[in-house]
Design a protein around this ligand. Sequence first.
Ligand code: SF4
Ligand code: SF4
Length: 183
Amino acid sequence: MESNTLPPLAWIYGLGNQKRETVEMVLEHLQKQAKAPIPTGGAVLPKSSFLGGLNINKDACTLCMSCVGGCPEGALLDNLDEPKLSFIEKQCVQCGICVSTCPEQALLLAPRLQTVEGRKQKVELNETKPFHCISCGKVFGTAKMVDLMLVKLGAHGAFAGAALDRLKMCGDCRVVDMVKKEI
Ligand code: SF4
Ligand code: SF4
């Protein structure tokens, strides 16, 4: 028996079930047909758009990487060798989880349409220097995080006087230092 049901457009154009690849293919097609090029930095889209990037306040960002752990799409990336936050726009669905995860309110959604090439690029959003424990030399955080801790906890009684240096020590050395001073 013949069926009158037409095959889905995805079949006609040889597209698989991968929604992300389909979107990129459609965007590439539209970009090629467009009469004017996409402006540098991308064309601004309405707030509810699922396409877009992120704006970051580099001074506020401590490179804590909470946003990387929160992103369900793998659009935000950590770096194993140095404290660096990277972003791939084509992975981002503008869900806003990273914006609400960030403890420093350093991120804002930027709904926009970039070129297909730009969307594929891994871009660096922020970077800082690693911080080395002043006792054993092990890397245990970033310079920005330690600076922030010194500002926020420096006035606390537990870190008064020489104990302030404990904020510049890794967890192990901090405990050793506390035990030594109590003996
Ligand atoms: S908006 Fe959503 S998908 Fe985009 S980077 Fe943030 S958490 Fe990831
Ligand atoms: S943007 Fe916010 S959550 Fe992401 S690394 Fe920077 S401070 Fe941490």
